[in-house]
Design a protein around this ligand. Structure first.
Ligand SMILES: C[S@@+](CC[C@H](N)C(=O)[O-])C[C@H]1O[C@@H](n2cnc3c(N)ncnc32)[C@H](O)[C@@H]1O
Length: 360
């Protein structure tokens, strides 16, 4: 099966490293915003359970050149929809560019007509009614008159882990938090204290805790006829991140009380009344003064916060901030810049800057 793994642009290299480690593939191709690969059923099952960085996985159904609507209807109604359709009223996400057919509304009408013509001849099994299946989403992409039809295998986006954890203000997507955790732990062998000084709902911490554990939620592919009768044992990785203890500080007392996580405490991280056991990694997604108000000018607040965090002498420090502010952040001479990764978080251009303590 040919699949496309959707990845937040800017995190593709981390996602491909994660695949190599958890669900190796003989070959795959990394492109902007995703990874293309040929896989089998079991790989799809394992990847959904184990990978923490991808947003969703799509299965490619067909690809063909098309420049007129009659041909589009012919081609789509010739497909054996029964083989991959689990619900009679699927959703469609359509995009078209640099093509003769650009009217996405009309393309959708034709796709729906093709499905209903097929179902008149080959009705669907009634599993969808009996088992209350959800409609699948099909992706139709037209570029340079080349149409690609794919079906979503994940269902809800994969950053929804299904754990029902309460969210603070401006929470980070779980897929992004996992990617940044994986990034900052690259090459770390000794057990460390992981500290998030402004942890909100603790996304970094519980993503670090679960990085090598299989997820618990269900996925759309389990309702897809292509996967009918296929059952696999839940994969297990005999590995964990080298974390000795985890600590989260959060100033919002009401949020901490609701979360009720033993490793998250109500604390103002800017106070000089605490220390962190060494060696440590600090990872921080501070408030930017947009969705969450901060006192004084945001530049001053963020500079002071970073300066304070370096006084805790972490082995590494990861700092997620708006890209347009990158230049104002400097580390003490005892640290070197390890990396600077740029991507978009909720529409905002951000940079994840990492520093490492220089050892003699
Ligand atoms: C952008 S949010 C972090 C979101 C978090 N990464 C998540 O996924 O939920 C920043 C958090 O810092 C907290 N905060 C602001 N000033 C703080 C301080 N001085 N000490 C501790 N927490 C603080 C805010 O209440 C807010 O929850």
């Amino acid at each position: 099966m040919r699949i496309f793994i959707v990845i937040n642009p800017g995190l593709e290299d981390l996602a491909s490293e994660e695949i190599k480690e958890k669900c190796p593939l003989a070959e795959f191709e990394t492109v902007k915003g995703g990874i293309l690969a040929e896989v089998d059923h079991q790989w799809i099952f394992n990847a959904h359970k184990l990978l923490k960085i991808p947003t969703r996985i799509l299965l490619r159904i067909t690809e063909f050149k098309v420049r007129d609507f009659p041909k589009l209807l012919n081609k789509l109604s010739a497909l054996k929809w029964n083989e991959f359709l689990s619900h009679p009223e699927p959703e469609f996400e359509i995009s078209a560019s640099k093509s003769r057919l650009l009217h996405t509304g009309r393309i959708e009408e034709i796709a729906r007509l093709a499905v209903s013509l097929h179902l008149e001849k080959q009705p669907l099994s009634l599993d969808w009614q009996k088992k209350n299946y959800s409609p699948q989403t099909f992706y139709i992409r037209l570029n340079d008159d080349l149409l690609t039809l794919s079906v979503d295998l994940s269902g809800e986006a994969l950053y929804k882990r299904g754990l029902g954890i309460i969210k603070g203000e401006a929470p980070l997507r779980e897929t992004i938090a996992s990617a940044l955790i994986f990034d900052i732990f690259q090459g770390i062998k000794q057990e460390i204290t992981l500290f998030d000084p402004m942890c909100g709902s603790g996304t970094f911490l519980y993503e670090a805790q679960d990085f090598y554990l299989a997820g618990k939620r269900t996925f759309s592919f389990s309702e897809n006829p292509l996967f009918k009768g296929k059952h696999y044992p839940v994969p297990k990785l005999d590995k964990k991140l080298p974390i000795k203890e985890m600590i989260g500080h959060e100033i919002n007392e009401a949020l901490v009380a609701k979360l009720n996580f033993p490793f998250i405490k109500t604390h103002d991280s800017l106070l000089a009344d605490y220390q962190i056991n060494s060696p440590s990694i600090i990872i921080c997604n501070p408030p930017y003064g947009e969705r969450i108000k901060i006192q004084g000018k945001r530049g001053h607040f963020l500079k002071d916060t970073l300066e304070h965090l370096f006084t805790l002498k972490p082995s590494r420090l990861g700092w997620l901030v708006p890209t347009d502010m990158e230049e104002i952040f400097k580390a003490p001479a005892s640290y070197r810049l390890l990396g600077k990764r740029r991507f978009r978080n909720g529409g905002l251009a951000v940079s994840f800057m990492t520093w490492e303590k220089i050892t003699e």
